[in-house]
Write a protein that binds this ligand. Structure first.
Ligand code: GDP
Ligand code: IMO
Ligand code: MG
Length: 435
């Protein structure tokens, strides 16, 4: 059985958590393959709301194994907090949560380095979530990192201390930041107990044996493809590969075992943090999208930048990921807009293109817009594609044609139950249903 992949096609926060939670009962295993507590994946069901940062979004489904994969970076304090919350909600994670031994640990001094390097960048700052992600991945590639498996080494504390000393010397060359290292370190060491309580596995063997045994596996992405370290809007990106290729390195899955690739896009577009965003609206329409969509970060609470959907950008990330089906979320946010727009191409110094240029921030790049009529009615409660107002169907069908990938699901609210699955598409969603 192949590994299906679900990931964000924009700049993150596309609604991955909701869709993974919805789809999880069709799978045996849900595995996060990259990112860390920079992610905030929101789940709504039975009148409750949870925000997950490290734990895969299949955790609330009975009988499913959730794996924190090799490519993930873990801050034990955040993880402990998440574990407490899911425990209170009745999840027995001793039965359904595993952690890969090769996953790297974020330490308090990684967080300090993140904050100090952002401060040093001044107005050029990335707008990092300051969760220590960049410095931890740097230590991974620099071959200095601490991994989950190291927790059982007799000299774990010595290794920690060595890394901390290296970080302190790096910090001495950076601007001073306000950080109570002693208190944070105490909490960090205490929280290791919670991490030790999760069953560790050799993630690559676990996944490959599961593939061989016919288990249905869903790989859950964090962030979005435009934040990919190689193909995103560098340097305004995160420090991991958020695209499908990241599943191979992050879980130890060979490319031939990648199955369906489910790409998620909002019906519009958002970005949090710095960096180019051609279809951003710095006007009252953007403000309205933020208000109607509740566009404030699930991890940091920062207001998200808002704009219309961007088709060249989506074509680019569909290409990079090999997307086989699309999910469009937050369509209900557009319920009361008279007019909806999409960037259908870019004009760059008089030339029209539907490709993403090397520098998306270049002056002289302007989106070419297309307008769609709004539907001016609530989509609440609609479960069947045919029951959607004509203007919604026209919008969805036209985007599908433009993007040349079937839109198999349209999400019309934050709750697990608020979703329209299209049965009309030659059984593509049935393939996920029954494979
Ligand atoms: P993720 O990081 O991709 O999991 O997305 P986030 O959880 O950061 O942000 C998505 C936000 O939109 C969350 O508050 C979700 O509860 C909410 N959401 C997801 N799908 C829908 C939808 O179809 N309609 C509405 N109105 N909200 C949604
Ligand atoms: P989910 O999984 C949206 C953004 C940050 C910043 C840049 C680098 O919830 O979609 P980092 O902390 O990784 O150094 O930040 O990436 N960013 C996200 N934006 N959703 C996320 O995750 C993000 N994770 C990181 O805002 O611009
Ligand atoms: Mg999020």
């Amino acid at each position: 059985m192949n590994v299906d992949v679900l990931l964000g096609l924009q700049w993150g926060d596309e609604g991955k958590g909701k869709i993974v939670d919805y789809l999880a009962d069709r799978y045996d295993i849900v595995a996060r393959f990259q990112g860390g507590p920079n992610a905030g994946h929101t789940l709504h069901f039975d009148g409750k709301k949870f925000v997950l940062h490290t734990i895969p979004s299949g955790i609330f489904r009975e009988g499913i194994i959730n794996l924190i994969g090799n490519g993930v970076v873990i801050y034990p304090i955040t993880l402990k907090d998440e574990l407490n919350k899911i425990s209170e909600a009745g999840v027995d994670y001793s039965r359904n949560l595993l952690v890969a031994r090769k996953a790297h640990l974020i330490t308090p001094t990684h967080r300090m380095l993140d904050a100090a390097s952002e401060l040093a960048k001044g107005k050029d700052k990335i707008g990092s979530t300051l969760r220590g992600i960049g410095p931890t991945y740097m230590d991974r590639t620099g071959r200095n990192g601490l991994r989950v498996g190291d927790l059982s080494l007799p000299d774990f504390e010595g290794k920690y201390e060595q890394l901390k000393q290296k970080h302190l010397s790096l910090l001495s060359a950076l601007p001073k930041i306000d950080f109570d290292l002693e208190t944070e370190e105490k909490a960090w060491f205490e929280s290791l107990e919670a991490l030790r309580a999760i069953t560790p596995v050799d993630g690559e063997y676990f996944i490959n044996k599961s593939i061989r045994n016919g288990k249905r596996i869903l790989a859950e992405g964090a962030q979005g493809s435009m934040l990919d370290v190689d193909y995103g809007t560098y340097p305004f990106v995160t420090s991991s590969n958020t695209v499908t290729a990241g599943v191979c390195t992050g879980l130890g899955v060979a490319p031939k075992h990648i199955g369906e690739v489910i790409g998620i896009t909002k019906a519009y577009c958002t970005r949090v943090g710095s960096g180019p965003f051609p279809s951003e609206l710095n006007d009252e329409v953007g403000e309205r999208l933020r208000a109607e969509g509740g566009e404030f970060g699930a991890t940091t609470g920062r207001p998200r930048r808002c704009g219309w959907i961007d088709l060249p950008q989506l074509k680019y990330t569909i290409m990079l990921n090999g997307v086989t089906q699309l999910v469009m979320t937050k369509i209900d946010v557009l319920d009361h807009f008279e007019e909806i727009q999409a960037a259908v191409a870019y004009e760059i110094d008089g030339e029209v293109t539907d490709e993403v240029p090397y520098d998306l921030a270049m002056p002289g790049l302007n989106p070419i817009w297309k307008s769609y009529e709004g539907w001016n009615t609530s989509l609440e409660g609609i479960k069947i594609f045919g029951d959607l107002p004509k203007n919604v169907k026209d919008y969805v069908n036209e985007l599908e044609r433009e993007l040349n990938v079937p839109i198999t699901m349209v999400s019309n609210g934050p709750d697990r139950t608020q979703l329209v699955e299209r049965a009309t598409l030659g059984g593509i969603s049935e393939k996920i249903l029954h494979h």
